[in-house]
Design a protein around this ligand. Structure first.
Ligand code: 5GP
Length: 124
């Protein structure tokens, strides 16, 4: 899938639309989801142009991958969700492709918590 540089997260990265940033490093940006599903719902995105986890895992550099993973860990601590920060834990979700209902075609990880999150996925 070709990267669409007009997607909403690309616009956030370029500062064309606002976001509530909570963390940034050399390779990643984290900000609050506009439609939170739990008391804490943060999105972590790479600064590079990657469509999905498929794309990121295949094509990002080791520096991007390690920095992105560190950013997710920092978000879990900053938000107080991480057990190492005294929290009760959290869930990471990344939707990749149509059956996962990925809406925004720029790779992102949802960091969700602040309540009991129940079952991982609803059964059919
Ligand atoms: P996906 O379904 O692609 O995994 O999740 C996309 C997420 O992006 C959704 O949770 C949605 O609420 C969030 N989102 C969509 N547009 C915006 C926006 O303009 N700003 C922010 N902060 N989040 C957005």
């Amino acid at each position: 899938m070709t990267y669409d540089s007009d997607n909403i997260f690309a616009k956030i990265l370029r500062g064309e639309i606002p976001s509530k940033k909570i963390f940034e490093n050399e390779v990643a940006l984290a900000f609050h989801d506009i439609n939170p599903m739990a008391p804490v719902h943060v999105l972590v995105i790479p600064k590079g142009a990657y469509v999905s986890h498929d794309d990121f895992s295949a094509n990002a550099s080791q520096n991007e991958k390690s920095g992105f993973t560190e950013a997710v860990g920092e978000v879990a601590k900053i938000t107080g969700l991480a057990q190492s920060a005294g929290g009760q834990g959290y869930r990471l979700i990344t939707n990749s492709g149509p059956e996962a209902n990925q809406e925004v075609p720029h790779y992102h990880v949802h960091v969700i918590g602040g309540r009991n999150l129940g079952v991982m996925v609803g059964k059919i």
